[in-house]
Design a protein around this ligand. Structure first.
Ligand code: PLP
Length: 391
């Protein structure tokens, strides 16, 4: 793609709301989104309410409902299908603990692109008779549908797939895997953490059974708030053994004599909600909706194309992220001889990135512009010795 065709209209409109760009080239949203003015104000609002009113728990519970509704709207779900959790791990662990496993259907299929938490939760189900099967990636950093076809069968209870891989930015054919799994009667859990906010997500169009995501990356919130979607028809069939009083049918009954989970996806929650993170998360999600996720997705695709072309054509480096725009997310992974040294070298030049698994991770979002990509390419050019060459 020719550099000249890239429009920087989106970042020009919104960048002023993210003060970090006055000091740094921040291009690390796969770790943490940049702090915006309204998220900072939301935190100040939390402190103000606490100081002013003491313990406004009715309002704080209502804020939790507002977060639930905001996320539901974002992914086209009903609020009753959404659990408000403190991390992806908490929501996934609760729901997976209740997925029925029996002798005839005990297999959990896990793609090789999963975050550790997903694999670890799947293996924990071995304690109750589960069998875990891993689906390997191909050398081109994709996982072809045939690999899933070989693993998923009539004995499969659950299939776990990441929308975008946190290590290399690769995207699984979610619709294809979900179709395959449903043909065999298996349920599907999508980990959308590296996609939500940067790519449009619609649980109805995807037809997934469960979807987990949090707010601290492309949804511009902070740590401590995540969500779990569970398809409405499934909610009451799943009895989590990981639970707590906020998952109870009647929270304020304060009953210690039985287990009666809520009839909605609230049954996948646990204890006291993360109130400060909820204030920030609502602000982040609302800002992303205002900025526009569709527009962000196409802007980021242009930036990542520019970056991939620059690394390979100008610098002779190797990008491990798939080149097909349909098979990659907002994260671009560049093979490095010493990825930690490369992150540190870029940091010296006031460019913030991160690394995993032998690769430098560069993850642009709505606020990044062509100059950021040019700055990254120029810096990589000065540290070419740390790049793995194309051949
Ligand atoms: C794809 C993916 N899934 C899950 C997680 C972890 O989520 P949590 O710490 O909320 O459980 C991360 C965190 O980086 C992630 O990138």
């Amino acid at each position: 793609m020719a550099v000249e065709t890239l429009s920087d209209e989106l970042p020009a409109r919104i960048r002023g709301r993210f003060p970090i760009f006055e000091r740094l080239v921040y291009i690390n949203s796969c770790s943490q989104g940049a702090l915006s003015d309204n998220v900072r104000e939301a935190y100040a609002g939390y402190l103000h309410d606490w100081d002013e009113k003491g313990a406004p728990w009715d309002y704080w519970v209502e804020r939790g409902e507002a977060a639930r509704a905001s996320f539901a709207d974002l992914v086209n779900a009903d609020p009753d299908e959404i659990a408000v959790t403190t991390s992806i791990s908490a929501g996934v662990s609760a729901v997976v603990s209740g997925v029925p496993l029996d002798a005839g259907r005990s297999k959990i299929v896990v793609s090789d692109f999963e975050f550790p938490t997903i694999g670890q939760i799947a293996h924990a189900q071995e304690l109750r008779g589960g069998r875990v099967v891993h689906v390997p990636a191909a050398p081109d950093t994709t996982i072809p549908l045939e690999h899933f076809d070989e693993a998923i069968d009539e004995e499969t209870a659950l299939v776990c797939i990441a929308a975008v891989c946190y290590r290399n930015g690769s995207r699984i054919d979610l619709e294809g895997v979900i179709r395959l799994a449903h043909e065999c009667g298996a349920l599907v859990l999508v980990d959308a953490y590296q996609a939500v906010g940067a790519l449009p997500i619609d649980v109805r169009a995807l037809d997934c059974d469960f979807l987990a995501a949090g707010v601290l990356k492309y949804l511009l919130g902070s740590a401590g708030l995540a969500f779990l979607y569970c398809r409405s028809e499934l909610v009451e069939r799943i009895l989590p053994t990981q639970t707590g009083w906020f998952a109870d049918r009647d929270i304020f009954q304060m009953d210690i004599h039985d287990y009666s989970p809520a009839s909605t996806a609230r049954r996948f929650e646990a204890g006291t909600p993360p109130v400060p993170s909820i204030y920030a998360g609502i602000a982040g999600m609302e800002l992303m909706k205002e900025i526009g996720i569709e527009e962000t997705a196409s802007h980021v695709r242009e930036l990542t194309t520019l970056l991939i072309d620059g690394v390979e054509e100008e610098l002779g480096g190797r990008v491990v992220t798939p080149h097909d725009p349909a098979r990659r997310g907002p994260l671009v992974a560049v093979a490095s001889k010493d990825e930690r040294a490369l992150v540190a070298a870029l940091e010296q030049e006031r460019i913030v990135t991160s690394c995993r698994d032998g690769n430098l991770r560069i993850s642009p979002h709505c606020y990044n512009n062509r100059e950021d990509i040019e700055a990254v390419l120029a810096a990589l050019g000065r540290h070419r010795d740390l790049l793995v060459s194309e051949v």
